[in-house]
Design a protein around this ligand. Structure first.
Ligand code: 6CS
Length: 316
């Protein structure tokens, strides 16, 4: 088997580093029956183009962000909800690993689109950057916020009074530089590695969401594989779980220091207090309910209700 593995990121970033280690481990476990080619982001088009190629089986494996499948699998927009998963990244990763709502129910919605999620991984807590300070919901009034292609994500920023706009990240540096947009959200490692801090004056440690990506395989391909290869894929996924977490933790910690110490590109880093976060949370909570009641159907509601129960259990 000779497979292409695409990610939405470049060398030195979480998805890419994960994919390289995953590929090596799977090749080793299958004694070379599988060979994987990790592709660089960009050569195959945008994040959305990659999802389509994965659906068609032109690409076999991919790491994709649910934010780029909002139209295709509305249920996946659960990851666009702010202040929904626990702040504690380890607890959230444990939920991502073990949740039946996500690994069975949400996975089935993707499988219906010929994409099989094998794992959900945190790339770290999300932070805001802007060309002006972002400390209260009012600061978002009229703010041109860049988001991924998810209708619900646009709505979460609309609720703060922002003027959100969906873009591929390949266009984001230039768009920030030229003030086509005023700000964006991402985990710290990505803000530094994509150099967004060079064209933004402020960074807010808001921890308003966890950046979740999915490790996926084309479903038809997966179903056609012999059992021993399927088993090797799942073993690789399981062994990579702690590695994925370590990769993001390390990169997020190291690159925060890089941003703070970058004298050529000064960025004011401000950490929201719990009280300040509460003002944002209050605006987002009705959107959790809106997702449940208006965005998804009956099966999506079952998934959501189960996930809410699971989160409550893990938080205890
Ligand atoms: O902001 C984005 O769209 C990109 N952010 C991350 C952390 N990974 C890939 C994604 O396309």
């Amino acid at each position: 088997y000779s497979w292409q593995f695409v990610t939405e990121e470049t060398p030195g970033q979480v998805q890419y580093e994960y994919a390289v280690e995953f590929a090596e481990l799977l090749e080793e476990k299958t004694d070379g029956r599988v060979s994987m080619n990790v592709r660089d982001f960009g050569s195959l088009g945008s994040e959305v183009d990659q999802v389509e190629q994965l659906q068609q089986g032109i690409l076999e494996f991919g790491i994709i962000s649910p934010g780029f499948t909002g139209g295709l699998v509305p249920e996946g927009q659960v990851f666009s909800l702010q202040f929904f998963f626990p702040d504690d990244q380890e607890v959230t990763q444990q939920i991502l690993n073990e949740s039946v709502a996500l690994n069975e129910k949400l996975a089935a919605f993707y499988e219906a689109q010929n994409i099989k999620p094998l794992a959900f991984m945190s790339e770290g807590a999300m932070q805001w950057t802007g060309n002006s300070p972002l400390r209260s919901p009012d600061d978002f009034n009229g703010f041109k916020m860049r988001t991924q292609e998810s209708p619900l994500m646009l709505q979460t920023y609309g609720a703060y009074g922002a003027d959100p706009q969906a873009l591929s990240w390949s266009e984001l540096y230039t768009s920030l530089d030229r003030s086509v947009v005023d700000g964006q959200e991402n985990p710290i490692f990505f803000i530094q590695d994509a150099s967004f801090h060079e064209v933004q004056d402020h960074m807010t440690i808001s921890n308003h969401n966890t950046y979740v990506a999915m490790v996926t395989v084309n479903n038809d391909l997966y179903e056609s594989l012999p059992e021993d290869i399927q088993a090797a894929i799942h073993e690789t996924i399981d062994e990579m779980r702690p590695r994925g977490f370590e990769i993001q933790q390390q990169l997020n910690a190291d690159l925060l220091d890089e941003i703070k110490n970058d004298e050529a590109n000064p960025t004011e880093v401000y950490e929201l207090t719990e009280e300040e976060r509460a003002a944002f949370r209050e605006i987002q909570e009705p959107i959790h309910q809106f997702f449940r009641d208006e965005i998804v159907g009956d099966e999506g509601r079952e998934m959501f209700d189960l996930l809410v129960e699971e989160i409550a259990e893990y938080q205890e």
